[in-house]
Design a protein around this ligand. Structure first.
Ligand code: TYM
Length: 331
């Protein structure tokens, strides 16, 4: 039987955080044996907000090296850059004709980004979810492993798949978001009710995957908490709850185990332990990423073979779509 397909991507639009790692990449690694996986660098999504071209190019390669350093195996999954497979833009165009302006203008991320980039509310920003739907539907993906903030986008991909299938006959697999507990919403260290984000202006709010051990420990030391000095998760303690979540995700333990371990201990020792649990995992990833970045030939080969694989799958779906909508096949 054919394996089920997994699709996901990250934008090369800033310094990746431990939220990106726990909400997405770490879970991708766990799925690569069981599923047929396509993982992209979403550079076409990234340009919906202003990017420095040289930096975008550099971050694209850094992200591929990071994928590999985190344990993605190019023999098992297709790793590629979105703009290298032209079918993404082509399918996006067709899907645009069944996506409604009303539903796109109501998307949370569109509203947030429009507020944040009021000087640049471009069509691409509004069309972001349709391009994302094209990504997913091109590969007939069954599951899309993402953090909780992307749920709404996967839902619109589902809606568009169903709408297209109803109008033109069975064409797309209807995808489901795969949001795993624990790492699905890692919060800011400075405002623990908000998600941790690559684009936060306060560098102390996020732990970047490039942060060295001392920086990681310092940022956790400064993390905002309450003052009752009891290491226990609860709704009225978002700071401590977030730190416990991070600790459990990096240590692979349950909340009860972590609470037991820190019972009677003060916040200072707890924060240090959280920092160490994170640094122990990300420091070796950084070393491996650096080693890989020195071998551009290898990275080029990985991307070429990933794009070839993606292209074949994408072409199959796109020609089906073109046939269904009545495009004349001239050559
Ligand atoms: P991006 O680059 O914003 O985020 C990449 C992934 O990281 C997850 N994430 C988090 N998870 C937990 N806690 C956080 N604080 C946190 N911050 C980010 C995101 O949910 C995401 O899974 N639109 C996508 C990129 C994309 C995509 C796709 C994803 C483009 N095409 C097709 C899936 C399928 C995005 O915003 O990525």
């Amino acid at each position: 039987m054919d394996k089920k397909v997994i699709y996901s991507a990250v934008q090369p639009s800033g310094n990746l955080t431990i939220g990106n790692y726990l909400g997405a990449i770490r879970n991708w690694v766990r799925m690569q044996d069981e599923y047929d996986c396509f993982y992209a660098v979403a550079n076409m999504h990234a340009i919906t907000v202003k990017q420095d071209p040289a930096e975008l190019r550099r971050r694209t390669l850094e992200l591929v090296a990071l994928y590999l350093a985190c344990g993605l195996d190019p023999e098992k999954c297709a790793l590629y850059v979105q703009s290298n497979v032209p079918q993404h833009a082509e399918l996006c165009w067709v899907l645009n004709t069944i996506a409604y302006v009303g539903e796109l203008s109501r998307m949370t991320q569109f509203k947030d980004k429009s507020q944040k980039h009021a000087e640049n509310i471009n069509m691409g920003l509004m069309d972001y979810p349709v391009l994302m739907a094209a990504d997913i539907l091109l590969y007939q993906a069954q599951y899309v492993p993402v953090g909780a903030d992307q749920k709404q986008h996967v839902e619109i991909a589902r809606d568009l798949a169903i709408r297209f299938n109803n109008r033109f006959g069975d064409t797309f697999t209807v995808p489901e978001p795969l949001i795993l507990k624990g790492g699905a919403k890692i919060c800011s260290l400075q405002e623990p009710t908000k998600k941790m984000s690559k684009s936060d202006e306060n560098p102390n709010a996020s732990i970047y995957l490039t942060d060295d051990r001392d920086t990681v420990i310092r940022k956790f030391k400064r993390a905002v908490t309450d003052s009752d000095n009891v290491v226990k998760a609860s709704e009225d303690k978002p700071g401590i709850t977030n730190l416990l979540n991070i600790y459990c995700a990096f240590k692979g333990c349950s909340l009860e185990e972590a609470e037991g371990e820190f019972a009677g201990m003060g916040y200072g020792d707890f924060k240090l332990a959280v920092g160490e649990s994170v640094a122990d995992v990300i420091t070796p990833v950084q070393a491996e990423q650096k080693r890989l970045l020195a071998d551009k030939t290898y990275l080029g080969e990985v991307l070429k073979s990933g794009a070839d694989r993606a292209y074949k799958a994408a072409r199959r779906t796109l020609s089906k779509v073109y046939r269904k909508v009545g495009f004349y096949e001239g050559n």
